[in-house]
Ligand binder design. Structure first.
Ligand SMILES: [Zn+2]
Ligand SMILES: [Zn+2]
Length: 265
């Protein structure tokens, strides 16, 4: 099996309009046997997206058309590739109930899903930590230090792993070192080794899969996958299923860095 299980789509409000079939055909050409489209789920009801364009998740009314379109494509390409219908669901501290309600409704229609932390809560406001280096640096000032953002991030990821989001809670934790995205912008070397280890241990105990995400390698202020390869090895040793994800928001990025991350698979 050759799998890329974190792929965005024309339904992404901050991605490209590259159509599904372009992604699918590229995956087939590159010998992938299994792909999951994991569009950003609509944000929980009542949550106000703090990003300037408020475009972090798909519009609620696009959800059913997204799923219907994928059902068609899944059938159409069934002899060539396995297509799973998925979502990347945000874990937002304080919105667990809304997220559980959402998953209870939509979960039965999904084949696969990722749970990711992009928003951190501080002083009753939320910040999207992967939006831009400027936002990240401003947030560091309001939280205190970069180190404190890291602490808050890992605490939130742990909360996401332990949260009761019902029977349709995603089985895979998305890019659990996303907080590294701007590490070359702030240039502080934060020692988070223990925190990453703890997260992986918790994932192992609670039976989660790891999204090993190539996108960070392409980000100019990051230059490493989420998580870095030493932790992919650790996850493997802990018997956590590791699942590659290119996190492509355009066809050009599909499968990005697969060969560096999965040299033997
Ligand atoms: Zn995105
Ligand atoms: Zn993400």
């Amino acid at each position: 099996m050759k799998r890329d299980a974190h792929i965005h789509s024309p339904f992404c409000p901050h991605g490209t309009t590259d159509d599904f079939e372009k992604y699918i055909k590229k995956a087939i050409n590159f010998g992938f046997t299994d792909i999951t489209f994991t569009e950003h789920a609509p944000l929980p009801s009542g949550f106000i997206d703090p990003t300037p364009m408020k475009d972090s998740g798909m519009e609620a009314e696009h959800l059913i058309p997204y799923i219907e379109k994928l059902k068609e494509l899944k059938k159409q390409y069934a002899s060539q590739i396995r297509i799973r219908i998925g979502l990347e669901v945000d874990f937002i501290s304080g919105y667990e109930q809304q997220t559980r309600d959402f998953l209870n409704v939509i979960g039965p229609q999904l084949d696969d899903a990722i749970l990711s932390v992009h928003f951190l809560k501080h002083d009753n406001t939320y910040t999207c930590i992967d939006f831009s280096s400027e936002t990240f640096l401003e947030f560091a000032e309001s939280v205190g230090t970069v180190k404190e953002i890291y602490n808050l991030y890992y605490e939130t990821v742990k909360e996401s792993i332990s949260a009761d989001l019902g029977p349709y809670k995603p089985k895979r934790i998305g890019h659990p070192t996303l907080v590294h995205k701007f590490q070359l912008a702030h240039q502080q070397k934060i020692d988070d080794h223990k925190q990453i280890e703890e997260i992986l241990q918790l994932m192992a105990v609670k039976d989660y899969e790891l999204d090993v995400n190539g996108a960070g390698l392409s980000k100019k202020d990051c230059k490493e996958p989420y998580p870095p390869l030493q932790y992919v090895k650790l996850a493997d040793a802990l018997k956590i299923p590791i699942v590659f994800g290119s996190d492509a928001h355009q066809v050009t990025d599909l499968h990005q860095h697969y060969d560096k991350i999965f040299p033997l698979r």
